[in-house]
Design a protein around this ligand. Structure first.
Ligand code: ZN
Ligand code: ZN
Length: 251
């Protein structure tokens, strides 16, 4: 078994942004078709107090299904602003693993940066990442610096220009905190966006140097999107990421 045969970021229909076709049963079939050995269902947490109920429901459905892949049930928690995320500690302690999302400005609960300049956006992204990297109960920071939701404030916004403004020193500080707190960094299906992928090479290389582990996640919201992270093998190899660098849940 190779840890490269893992995909820990997939949204079932319990996530409001997912398609109804993402039933647990259909996802399990797809995990097997893709040849995955370790897979994860990671639905969004909503502030309705029902995240644990949803987690248990997914677990119950999985118990009735057979699958070659070992399947974990995690959750994707939003970093709202530096100092605040949108899950309770009881929820965090219940999920099999926890993904922390930086940055989801498309969600109204996540305040936009103080200005819409690349400089302000870059600083806010660094602040959000610095906070997420300080949380010892976080398992993975997902789609790092993939800055979504700024299109509302600026036409033609591209995260790449903001990412390029971030100095190596800031990336290194974040990566060191992640390594210290044993938080993995995600290689996400959004690497299909060429400018984002190119801009992120610098940060991912620093993560590798600092000993941060890497987690593979398609971030699928529909069946055809599952396994999309497998299309980025060349990118992963170019970073020098080997099997010993891959993070999967323990136990
Ligand atoms: Zn996300
Ligand atoms: Zn997601």
């Amino acid at each position: 078994m190779s840890l490269f045969q893992s995909d820990l970021h997939n949204h079932s229909a319990q996530s409001r942004c997912s398609r109804p076709e993402m039933t647990v049963e259909a996802m399990v079939c797809r995990f097997d078709e893709l040849g995955l050995r370790i897979a994860g269902i990671s639905d969004h947490v909503y502030p309705d107090g029902k995240a644990i109920e949803r987690y248990r429901q997914t677990k119950r459905e999985l118990a009735d299904l057979s699958c070659t892949a070992r399947i974990w049930v995690g959750a994707e928690v939003d970093v709202l602003w530096p100092g605040r995320f949108d899950a309770t500690m009881e929820e965090i302690g219940t999920f099999d693993y926890v993904l922390f999302a930086c940055t989801h400005y498309q969600n109204r609960t996540v305040p936009a940066p103080i200005a819409s300049s690349d400089e302000a956006i870059a600083q806010n992204a660094v602040d959000m990442m610095t906070y997420a990297a300080s949380l010892p109960f976080a398992d993975v920071i997902v789609h790092p610096f993939h800055i979504t939701g700024m299109e509302r404030y600026r036409d033609g916004f591209s995260a790449a220009a903001a990412i390029q403004l971030i100095p190596d020193e800031s990336f290194t500080r974040i990566a060191r905190d992640m390594a210290k707190n044993r938080i993995a960094i995600e290689l996400n299906g959004v690497l299909e966006e060429a400018d984002y992928a190119q801009a992120m090479i610098r940060f991912y290389r620093i993560c590798k140097i600092e000993g941060v582990k890497f987690s593979l996640g398609s971030d699928a919201h529909w069946l055809a999107g599952m396994g999309s992270i497998m299309h980025h093998q060349a990118y992963v190899e170019a970073l020098g990421v080997t099997e010993t660098d891959i993070w999967v849940p323990e136990g």
